[in-house]
Design a protein around this ligand. Structure first.
Ligand SMILES: C[S@@+](CC[C@H](N)C(=O)[O-])C[C@H]1O[C@@H](n2cnc3c(N)ncnc32)[C@H](O)[C@@H]1O
Length: 377
């Protein structure tokens, strides 16, 4: 079992929660959960476990998480052998489900009509048993928890119990969120390469733009990054553009209810903006496979970075999600930005690099603000 479960608990203490997050975003999500008031206890691939003094609908406002759950049990020592199934059943049977159900109903009131439940089992990795065997073990552990009058349902169930297995790690709990946590209501129009909202939210959090600052997405596609910034803090000024008129129209439509910022038809390689006028650039340029000539990625990144360097204020920051980290590194070498953070995120079925860069400050301030946090390329 997760080691924090062994710690002393007062009777009034609430059970932990956990969030499932897009792999690669664990740290950003943990930071958001901490800012929200949660105490992060553990992160593992795709999972952030935390405690909170309150469990209410406010939890559903987290933006970098795919789903949040009440924690029933967890382990990071599955054996991959069939004996795991007996353990899954045993751990599930030991949980105080009535307490979890009471807390669940406070966040997600029961829908009218006959109560229903859904059991979901996800499994990654090569185990000596099948996903459906794990699902059955979960069901056996839950025997007697739901009254006979509750019916299994595939959609709109009153309660969902999830078991998520990833290699030797497993977490099990009651889902508090619904699909609206990861699919935003602003997304009226979609572009095939449009970014996952939770990843866009993570990029915006990494930028940390302040009130009055200008944040630009020069290749805005369907406008997901700009929408996440506006949803997070409207005091930040946002501006976007795209080389495709259809993308400009799509972003305008998606941002209609979020303040209607200026969205321009432009080429990011020659941004029609004054020198040193932008505080933050947050963007995901097209991936190589999205270009008719994938070899054009190097020249595109070089021209784009030259243009971004011109418009960024000294000390300004860029948060970039790219498919070709090496081409980006080569383009950035010419402008001498410093990398602050790098992580890897799976996007459109391929590993992409998420990185935060800082343009050097003005020469006269450089001595005073040597940046120890940067990591060498
Ligand atoms: C991966 S998509 C961006 C997705 C966007 N972040 C979203 O959430 O929908 C890349 C976008 O870059 C645009 N693009 C490609 N080359 C460009 C250029 N030179 N200037 C401006 N936009 C460009 C494409 O039209 C496409 O909409």
């Amino acid at each position: 079992m997760l080691n924090f479960m062994a710690s002393a608990r007062t009777p009034s203490e609430l059970p932990p929660c956990y969030a499932l997050v897009w792999p690669g975003l664990e740290q950003v999500a943990a930071d958001e959960i901490s800012d929200w008031g949660g105490e992060v206890k553990k992160t593992s691939r795709g999972v952030v476990v935390f405690r909170s003094e309150r469990i209410d609908r406010e939890l559903l406002r987290l933006r970098t998480t795919e789903d949040v759950y009440l924690f029933a049990w967890g382990t990071d020592s599955l054996t991959y052998r069939a004996s795991d199934l007996e353990a899954i059943q045993r751990w599930t049977a030991r949980v105080d489900w009535p307490q979890l159900l009471r807390l669940h109903h406070a966040v997600r009131p029961r829908p009218s009509g006959k109560p229903s439940y859904r059991l979901v089992t996800q499994m990654e990795g090569k185990h000596g048993y099948l996903r459906r065997d794990a699902a059955r073990a979960l069901a056996r552990g839950l025997a007697g928890v739901f009254p006979d009058s509750w019916k299994p349902a595939e959609q709109n169930a009153s309660v969902e119990v999830w078991l998520t297995i990833d290699q030797a790690t497993a977490v099990c709990g009651l889902r508090l969120s619904d699909a609206s946590m990861r699919h935003r209501t602003y997304k009226q129009e979609h572009q095939p390469a449009s970014l996952r909202p939770t990843i866009a939210a993570a990029m915006v959090r990494l930028a940390r733009a302040g009130p009055g600052q200008l944040l630009v997405d020069p290749m805005c596609g369907a406008g997901t990054i700009l929408a996440e910034q506006l949803a997070m803090d409207r005091r930040v000024r946002v501006l976007g553009g795209d080389i495709e008129r259809s993308a400009v129209r799509m972003t305008q439509s998606n941002l209609l209810r979020l303040g209607e910022p200026d969205i321009l038809w432009w080429d990011a390689r020659w941004l029609p903006l004054p020198d040193a006028s932008v505080d933050h650039i947050v963007s995901n340029p097209p991936f190589g496979k999205q270009l008719s000539h994938p070899e054009a990625i190097g020249p595109l990144y070089r021209a784009m970075i030259r243009s971004y360097d011109r418009v960024l204020v000294p000390g300004g920051q860029a948060v970039l999600l790219v498919s070709d980290a090496q081409a980006l590194q080569q383009a950035i070498a010419a402008v001498r930005w410093k990398a602050h953070k790098r992580s890897h995120v799976l996007v459109l079925g391929q590993m992409a690099q998420l990185s935060v860069w800082r343009k050097p400050p003005r020469p006269d301030t450089m001595v005073k603000s040597v940046d120890n946090s940067s990591v060498p390329g």
